[in-house]
Design a protein around this ligand. Structure first.
Ligand SMILES: C[S@@+](CC[C@H](N)C(=O)[O-])C[C@H]1O[C@@H](n2cnc3c(N)ncnc32)[C@H](O)[C@@H]1O
Length: 206
């Protein structure tokens, strides 16, 4: 099982030809606290580029739940990282995944999801789930490729992030990644954006 083979099987779901490199992983996971007992959720871990640095930062404390749609990736991840609770599930059902585990609040969500490949309703649904589970003091991180940064799906994602979080910080460009990428670090989720109903329309729809 290789990342590239899984890309060939399902290019739109995997969304990248190569896994993220170490430099990008360090930036994307920097918000995971190295102290306390944080609950960390990882979305779309793939072959585990972000999983290892998250585990290193947790150093045996807290909880690390990984949500991966592809069962081959998930099986491999569970074998390589026995301390990680791997759910074979859609990130759009994050609340359900966490409810099954009696987890109601998450400190950090690290996403490796291929946002550019998601249709707008899917993007909106997944972000609603993230905002719904994040602690008010929690952090959400995700990344975008620099070459696609000005393309409509990436612009839509950034607009959605800005409408759902009070603060969105864009990292420096990680040139060492192939392809170069940057990380969005989002803080202070806006609570009404997680609710179902008419108000949802104003959250991340533009
Ligand atoms: C671009 S790869 C990133 C993998 C890894 N995080 C990295 O950076 O190398 C996207 C990953 O998201 C997973 N994925 C795609 N859609 C998903 C969904 N709706 N729910 C959970 N995982 C999903 C894919 O199977 C793949 O493992």
């Amino acid at each position: 099982m290789s990342f590239f083979r899984e890309f060939l099987r399902a290019p739109l779901t995997v969304g990248a030809v190569l896994p993220s490199g170490r430099a990008l992983a360090e930036v994307a996971t920097a918000a995971v606290p190295g102290t306390g007992s944080p609950v960390v959720v990882e979305l779309g871990p793939g072959t585990g580029a972000f999983t290892a640095p998250i585990q290193r930062r947790l150093a045996g404390s807290g909880r690390h739940i990984a949500v991966e749609l592809n069962s081959r990736f998930a099986d491999r991840l569970a074998m390589l990282h026995p301390a990680v609770d791997v759910a074979v599930a859609d990130a759009a059902s994050l609340r359900e995944v966490l409810a099954q585990r009696d987890v109601s609040r998450v400190d950090v969500v690290v996403s490796g999801l291929p946002w550019a490949a998601f249709e707008e309703p899917v993007q909106r649904e997944v972000l609603s789930e993230v905002v719904a589970v994040l602690d008010p003091g929690g952090v959400f991180t995700t990344f975008a490729y620099v070459h696609a940064r000005w393309a409509p799906p990436a612009q839509r994602l950034l607009r959605s992030l800005r409408s759902r979080f009070e603060e969105v910080v864009i990292s420096r460009t990680v040139w060492a990644n192939v392809p170069p990428a940057l990380v969005y670090l989002c803080r202070r989720p806006i609570p009404h954006c997680s609710r179902q109903g008419p108000k949802l329309m104003s959250c991340g729809s533009g």
